[in-house]
Design a protein. Structure first.
Length: 336
């Protein structure tokens, strides 16, 4: 009996809406999985998921989202609002999905696109899996309004990202140093060493970047770091920051879906050392963000990965892949 043809990983450019996107594809022939990266990442962030998911019988795509990598980087801030970002994923599902429901997997900002997609277009989805960022419905105030009320004169990175040009001037001159710092400080290894990314600080802090020498975490090679740095050296970091600059606008755009529950099957996967969670409480079933998520997501499976930090699909790929495949077997079994 002849051996199966190995899965080929290819790339192509498609225009699902008003921006052309670079898409990495591993085609195992079955139902569609869309992998949506966050900040400051790329399709490359899913390098450990593409082949295993395809080998399990799925058609897997990972786009460089708009503003990143080899995809278009529109100039205007409003080109990165939630309707544009969700629209890109909807277009990709329509292009690659053969009219069948898909699983969308988001990480970090990719979760902040995937959760809204799940309430806006549940008809397109067999399920949604979000890494790092739990579901929380929009409240009466936007996140920007709440942060300004809570932080006052203190520093918060999301507020720091709002003024055009300021944070670009910090990140753009040294992409390799910026990425090395972000990927180290967000990792579980950094947390175990007593270091971590901090969202907020006192009024004396003026920069997101600390600067200095940071080690490579064990899960990241110099080649990996170089791949990230080369992409951001080409595009700059403005595109990703523009996602943040739409947070207030997004609150208004999402008002028709305010307090809407997630009705499709959902999975939440995170590391127990992820600063998204640890910044607001002890990680466990009673964590406030996880309590809210349970109240709004009826069909929910949760996987907490010991020792995992923020970059969970890169830090703990075997555990993440196992959780995704278990979820897929329940909601969208492969045909082979």
């Amino acid at each position: 009996m002849p051996a199966e043809t190995p899965i080929q990983i290819t790339s192509e450019r498609v225009r699902p809406r008003d921006a052309e996107l670079s898409v990495t594809l591993a085609d195992g022939g079955g139902p569609l999985i869309v992998l949506v990266h966050g900040w400051p990442e790329l399709a490359y962030s899913w390098r450990h998921q593409l082949r295993p998911l395809a080998e399990a019988g799925y058609r897997v795509i990972a786009p460089d989202m708009r503003g990143y990598g080899a995809s278009d980087c529109p100039a205007e801030v409003a080109d990165y609002d939630i309707m544009a970002l969700v629209g890109d994923v909807v277009g990709l599902i329509e292009h690659y999905g053969d009219g069948q429901p898909a699983l969308v997997v988001g990480h970090d900002w990719g979760s902040l696109v995937s959760w809204p997609l799940s309430v806006m277009r549940p008809d397109l989805l067999a399920g949604v899996a979000c890494l790092s960022v739990p579901y929380f419905p929009a409240g009466e105030q936007s996140l920007i309004e709440r942060l300004r009320a809570n932080v006052g004169d203190g520093f918060h990175y999301i507020l720091h990202f709002q003024e055009e040009g300021v944070v670009e001037a910090e990140f753009d001159p040294d992409p390799i140093g910026a990425m090395r710092e972000m990927l180290w400080l967000g990792s579980g290894e950094a947390a175990e060493a007593g270091e971590r990314l901090t969202a907020a600080d006192d009024a004396d802090r003026t920069s997101m970047l600390r600067g200095g020498a940071f080690p490579l975490p064990s899960w990241l090679t110099q080649g990996d770091l170089d791949a990230y740095a080369a992409a951001f050296a080409r595009t700059g970091f403005r595109g990703g920051f523009n996602w943040y600059r739409n947070l207030h606008r997004n609150h208004s755009l999402m008002s028709p879906w305010r307090n809407r529950p997630v009705d499709v099957p959902a999975a939440f996967i995170a590391g127990d050392l992820d600063s998204v969670l640890t910044a607001t409480g002890e990680v466990g079933p009673d964590h406030p963000m996880l309590v809210v998520q349970r109240a709004f997501v009826a069909d929910l499976s949760v996987t907490m990965i010991e020792g995992g930090g923020h970059w969970i699909q890169q830090e703990k790929p075997d555990e993440v892949n196992a959780a995704l495949l278990s979820f897929l077997e329940r909601i969208m079994p492969a045909t082979r």
